[in-house]
Design a protein around this ligand. Structure first.
Ligand code: ZN
Length: 681
């Protein structure tokens, strides 16, 4: 599970300066975090503190893992949508070789489209999941293709450029075609463009297929369908696995190659052991081996360097089963890890004292290990738009029996903060009702948010248990949203607990109020800036925040817990009674935990659909206007630093970091160096 943080809505920023194009190597006070802005996106860089304190061998290990992380880029693009690679390779060919004028407004508009394709790993918005369009004419787009190097275009055998243009134009421009990457409208499989299902498959066919192969009595079930594509051919359903000699084999081979190199210089045998399990899994596609890998990986809390690499999160699948490929390479932030560890060491206390029914509590919290990390390379579904917290593995039974590993990514959180400081305007000042609220959030906002992220990741997702009779997948398409709500509520409830001050992780008894005010403001209002007018909320983390905020607003109305105020035509939601709000968070946590533990699909569906999906149109208009008038970009992503081998007499003696500033250049480089899959048609 991943945590996306409130930064986007809380601290968005703007700049009128032109992006620099030089590569900088220094990590000092002159380091510029915010380097580019376009559409609704801003591009940042992140620093990698303490790099020079790592040994040569550690740097080498990180370098190899980083190469593995970059090799799955094509996999994600293809998973997102079957023609994404074709579009991306076309865009790359144009950027690399177009011979016409590059200064005019049409070309600039095309470049914005290209950047959006890179950012989203495809033609659908990375977060809202609907198709976006180039702001150029079909004729101009066709001319770009005609005047680019033909050998770089992803043409089929014998295909002419004109035939290719005829194929590609509707894929890119037709507003009715491939509208949604993941749809929540019936039929959710037929209406989704995501590439996990092939052929004319319906939701009920998918359900029937998996119901047949799942064993309801298995206490340790594999993650069915996690690493496969479900294909219907001649009326028959079959799965095709992602593995070395299967689907995406050419890219997976490269990942395995770098993992093997990494294993030669790993820090210890524990790492070597689980990395070998991961390699075995990539070779066979066997999900039992995947579980074995996860069990071994989850228990390694001592290694300095760590990584995530695999088909892991199922947010992109309308059925919540199939996982996108992702990777993160990181090492421990030793100073910040202290706080995460204090929280995780007290896991049992939090579990015992939570407001949930005793039947749904873990009797024994095993191995919730938490740390703060510094990332060095982001890949797949974590790039360029990464989470700020991660908690893995995802399988419920592994979490229960072997525990889980939870991380807070401190160098990315710092980058978000610093990039916001580089901007003169703030969403906080716009959406907070009073100067008191602004002061409160300025004083405690960062601290409280880090603690909430820690609680969400290392305790929230790991807390609670299913009743023995409940199937892990019982909540189906509502499972991600409800799981995020559960983790958020756990964090919100405990943010305000005196225990947090006692443990020394919260500065004082007032600090939690900053998180409460921000959470409500964001859930009720500011996050709506991210959604196109007239559309529903569809992303799991956003649905969860809206659900939590709206539910508390409604259930606290009689006691004026959260008050809606209007001043000068602007709407505000103000927390009026922080203690009662905490009680409401506790009540909702108990209910969401019950829904999960019992697998109460009907109640879960009602909760999400009533509070998490529909937006009041007038409020939505207002939020978008206010946000746009600030010139803020609601979504952020990153350029990876490059890890460069330093050679002396033909031998690598060190690895140094460079921090490129050109978003497009990095993607064109990745397109040349790390593209291993052919675009299929
Ligand atoms: Zn989460």
């Amino acid at each position: 599970m991943i945590y996306l943080g409130l930064f986007g809505a809380l601290l968005g920023c703007t700049t009128n300066e032109k992006p620099e194009t030089v590569t900088e190597n220094q990590q000092d006070s002159t380091f510029k975090y915010l380097v580019d802005e376009f559409a609704d996106l801003r591009i940042m860089r992140y620093q990698v503190p303490e790099w020079d304190k790592l040994s040569f061998q550690q740097k080498q290990y990180i370098y190899y893992l980083g190469e593995a992380a970059k090799c799955g880029r094509d996999i994600l693009a293809d998973q997102n949508f079957k023609y994404n690679l074709t579009v991306r390779k076309t865009v790359e060919a144009i950027l690399n070789s177009y011979s016409g004028d590059r200064e005019n407004i049409d070309f600039q508009n095309f470049v914005v489209y290209a950047k959006r394709v890179f950012f989203s790993n495809g033609i659908h918005h990375h977060y809202a999941e609907d198709k976006f369009f180039p702001e150029v004419s079909e004729a101009y787009f066709a001319d770009l293709i005609r005047n680019s190097d033909k050998t770089q275009l992803p043409l089929k055998e014998g295909e002419t450029v004109e035939e290719f243009v005829a194929f590609l134009t509707p894929v890119v421009f037709d507003r009715e075609l491939y509208k949604k990457r993941r749809s929540s409208e019936e039929d959710i499989i037929k209406n989704s463009a995501v590439n996990f299902y092939e052929g004319d498959i319906t939701k009920s066919e998918v359900e029937a297929y998996y119901a047949k192969i799942m064993n309801p009595d298995d206490q340790n079930p594999i993650s069915y369908g996690l690493n496969t594509k479900l294909i219907k051919e001649n009326g028959q359903l079959r799965e095709e696995s992602y593995k070395v000699d299967g689907l995406y084999g050419e890219a997976i081979k490269q990942i395995v190659y770098w993992l093997e190199k990494a294993n030669e210089v790993a820090e210890n045998d524990t790492q070597r052991d689980y990395t070998q399990k991961l390699i075995n899994y990539y070779n066979t596609g066997d999900l039992k081996t995947w579980d074995e890998y996860n069990i071994a990986w989850a228990q390694d809390s001592v290694s300095m360097i760590d990584f995530v690499n695999g088909f892991i999160e199922d947010y992109a699948d309308p059925m919540g089963m199939k996982a996108t490929w992702e990777s993160v390479v990181d090492y421990k932030d030793l100073e910040e890890t202290r706080r995460s560890q204090i929280i995780s060491e007290n896991a049992q206390w939090f579990e015992d004292n939570s407001p949930t029914d005793p039947r749904f509590k873990k009797k024994e919290c095993k191995g919730v290990s938490a740390k703060s990390i510094i990332v060095t390379t982001l890949g797949g579904d974590c790039f360029p738009s990464p989470p700020i917290g991660i908690n893995l593995p995802n399988a419920d039974w592994i979490r229960k029996e072997y525990g889980s590993k939870s991380v807070t990514i401190t160098n990315l959180m710092t980058a978000y903060d610093k990039a916001a400081e580089e901007s003169p305007k703030s969403a906080l000042a716009e959406f907070a009702y009073s100067q008191d609220e602004i002061d409160l959030c300025r004083k405690y906002g960062e601290d409280a948010d880090v603690v909430h992220t820690d609680l969400h990741e290392c305790l929230g997702h790991g807390s609670g248990q299913l009743l023995p009779t409940t199937q892990p997948g019982a909540l189906k398409e509502y499972s991600s949203t409800l799981e995020e709500a559960r983790a958020d509520l756990f964090g919100l409830y405990y943010c305000a607990d005196p225990k947090m001050v006692e443990l020394g992780v919260m500065p004082d008894a007032e600090a939690y109020k900053a998180e409460y005010a921000t959470y409500i403001r964001n859930g009720m209002m500011s996050q709506l800036a991210r959604i196109e007018l007239g559309k529903d909320v569809t992303e799991a983390h956003m649905q969860n925040r809206k659900l939590v905020a709206e539910w508390c607003y409604e259930h606290g109305q009689a006691d004026s817990v959260i008050v809606k105020r209007v001043r000068d035509g602007k709407t505000y939601f103000v927390v009026n009674d922080y203690e009662k709000l905490r009680t409401l968070f506790g009540e909702l946590l108990a209910e969401v935990q019950r829904i999960k533990s019992e697998g109460d699909y009907k109640a879960g569906k009602e909760l999400v659909e009533k509070y998490g999906v529909k937006i009041d149109l007038d409020l939505h208009k207002e939020v978008k206007q206010r946000y746009e008038s600030l010139g803020l970009k609601p979504y952020g992503g990153f350029i990876n630093p490059e890890i460069i081998p330093v050679e002396e007499n033909g031998v690598v003696v060190d690895y140094k970091l460079e921090f490129p500033t050109d978003f497009v250049a990095q993607h064109l480089l990745y397109g040349k160096k790390y593209s291993f899959l052919n675009s299929k048609r």
